[in-house]
Design a protein around this ligand. Structure first.
Ligand code: H79
Length: 591
């Protein structure tokens, strides 16, 4: 392109942008559902917020190869086999001839989900490969027309879900590797003559509670199209819920939106749980039971324990989000038995402790060192992972008056005694119970009034200030997760400061220790520790690399009982532009 052509292209783009601002993308007479009031959103989202736990199902003809084709296995998810092994369309289509899931029993699937405590099911109506699990009018590439199996899977699931009171929801991929118009210039044709008619079929025939989009990252898809599609679907079913992948707001796998103004009702972290929730933002972490989303023949290799899924559910709930746990059924139409066994295990836990999950909201605490907390009006549910050795459960920095305390699950009548110790509440708990997370209920008066987390001495009297609990201030300095070692890194500004609050309850002389690392070429700096009006300094020597930590001590401090603030910051940089990585600071009693 020459300069002149470039110039006219730029003018052309400017003209298009101007036009787009004066001509709204949707018919002005239609309702803009993106402008609904907070009360309307709250009413629409209520069942979803209360539900907290759903089942994701990835099922399609990719289950037939199960991650292995012609002796080749793949790097990505088993449901991506067409793309990752570059299987030509006509060759891939042949898996449809072998898709004959005669063991499929919608009623059993829904019962398994319900017994696991799941309130909704999200199934792939169409994944990236384009194959459809219902009898679509606009394609033959579906379970009725292209496979020997002659049953409408989505219809059977809808009937079973209605029967059991579980909400049925559909995943739908915008990206489509099968449809000839789904990429390039003909994309609008695919959108208007294929995608939208399919979505209309799905909404009108099966009445889904949620539409869960994916594959929105393709270059053809834009935020204005996302907004238009959002409004189109809401116009078909006004109270439907739609995820944020309908538009372009999502920030990668982290899943939350880049900012305000994007279409979609909830964020979609994928294969991860955010470090903290976000006040006023709905989100759902989707997690798969065995690394792949679709069925993989070697799934057992990756299958995690039932306990880990229970803790994931507690974790998402304690941060104010939902958990969508995925299973990839076999080509025969069953859930792999070890998955069912884990789902049973989750269901057992839910049966005892479900009250602490459904309808609960995020923890009011910044940190509960023994586990997690969920809340309902007047109640705090303390999910204890690490049972206190002395049977005294410390609820840190809770100002409210306590009404009562008891353990959930048939022990409600057995009240536990509580005492106030300064800002903390201490609950006398019985010896450790046999559960991955025992739930202690603390009934309190009024709205929770909670102080920010403050570190305190452990049984040996040592105060540990961890990187993940630090208050970090500076341009670049940040919390990093490298391998096992969460640490504070990118320490490049002279005012970059990390701080902790802690308290001690008796007079003591402490040795201050830091666990630091420094790659060769950066050594020679000095750090400063400020505590109780005193300053200690120490040198930064090189270690084997940024992940090789060494414990150093800049000196001792004498402290009286009380609350303190400890700051660490650079005093002088060494030969590089970063000071050090810091894993933790400890105050170790000297006697
Ligand atoms: O259906 C399951 C997976 O098959 C599908 N989503 C889950 C629910 C999935 N497809 N791709 N991926 C997951 C990973 C893809 C990541 C990327 Fe991207 C797409 C990297 C670049 C484009 C997402 C969008 C992350 C960055 C931009």
């Amino acid at each position: 392109m020459n300069k002149r052509e470039k110039k006219s292209l730029v003018w052309c783009l400017i003209a298009v942008c101007l036009l787009m601002t004066v001509v709204p993308p949707t018919n002005a007479a239609e309702k803009n559902y993106l402008n609904e009031s907070e009360a309307e959103t709250d009413a629409r989202m209520q069942w979803w917020r209360d539900a907290r736990f759903g089942m994701f199902i990835h099922w399609g003809i990719y289950a037939v190869p199960g991650g292995i084709h012609k002796g080749r296995s793949l790097s990505g998810g088993a449901e991506w086999i067409m793309a990752s092994l570059q299987i030509p369309k006509d060759e891939y289509e042949k898996f449809a001839d072998q898709f004959n899931p005669t063991d499929f029993d919608a009623d059993e699937w829904v019962r398994i989900a319900k017994d696991a405590g799941m309130k909704y099911i999200v199934i792939t109506s169409k994944h990236h490969d384009g194959f459809c699990l219902w009898d679509s009018d606009v394609t033959e590439y579906d379970v009725i027309d292209a496979t020997p199996y002659d049953r409408d899977i989505l219809q059977e699931l809808e009937d079973a879900c209605n029967e059991h009171g579980v909400k049925l929801c559909f995943y739908y991929s915008i990206m489509d590797w099968h449809h000839p118009d789904a990429s390039g210039d003909s994309f609008p044709k695919y959108r208007d003559e294929y995608m939208k008619p399919q979505l209309k079929e799905l909404v009108e025939r099966y009445d889904p509670a949620v539409l869960w989009f994916d594959g929105e990252w393709i270059k053809e898809w834009t935020e204005p199209q996302g907004k238009e599609l959002y409004n189109y679907i809401r116009s078909l079913k006004p109270d439907i819920i739609i995820n944020n992948r309908v538009g372009k707001g999502r920030q990668g796998m982290q899943g939350m939106n880049k900012g305000e103004g994007y279409a979609g009702d909830f964020g979609t972290p994928e294969q991860q749980i955010p470090a903290t929730g976000l006040e006023g933002v709905d989100w759902e972490s989707c997690l798969t039971m065995f690394h792949h989303w679709g069925y993989h023949k070697n799934y057992q290799k990756w299958l995690r324990s039932g306990d880990s899924f229970i803790r994931d559910l507690i974790d998402t709930t304690s941060k104010g989000g939902n958990c969508l746990l995925n299973v990839g059924p076999t080509p025969e139409g069953t859930f792999p038995p070890p998955c069912v066994q884990r789902l049973d295990q989750i269901g057992d836990w839910i049966e005892t402790y479900g009250e602490s999950i459904y309808g609960s909201t995020a923890s009011p605490f910044t940190k509960t060192p023994w586990g997690r907390c969920t809340a309902k009006p007047g109640k705090l549910y303390l999910h204890v992972y690490d049972w206190p050795a002395d049977n005294k459960l410390v609820v840190p920095g809770l100002k409210n008056k306590v009404a009562s305390a008891y353990i959930l699950g048939g022990m409600e009548g057995n009240k536990l005694s509580t005492t106030r110790k300064g800002d903390d509440v201490v609950i006398d708990v019985p010896p450790k119970m046999d559960s991955v997370a025992t739930v202690v209920v603390l009934e309190i008066e009024g709205e929770p009034e909670v102080l920010p987390w403050m570190a305190r001495p452990d049984d040996a009297g040592t105060v540990t200030l961890k990187a993940e609990d630090a208050d970090i201030k500076g341009a670049n300095v940040r919390l990093e997760q490298k391998g096992e070692n969460a640490n504070i890194g990118y320490w490049t500004g002279e005012n970059d400061t990390v701080s902790w609050k802690f308290k001690v309850d008796k007079a003591e002389t402490y040795k201050v220790q830091l666990s630091i690392s420094c790659e060769a070429g950066y050594e020679g700096g000095t750090y400063q520790v400020a505590l109780d009006g005193k300053q200690l300094t120490g040198d930064v020597s090189k270690t084997e690399g940024w992940t090789d930590y060494e414990t150093v001590s800049p000196g001792q401090v004498e402290l009286e009982p009380g609350q303190y603030n400890l700051d660490v910051k650079p005093q002088k940089f060494g030969s590089g532009n970063a000071l050090m990585n810091l894993e933790w600071v400890k105050l170790v009693p000297t006697d």
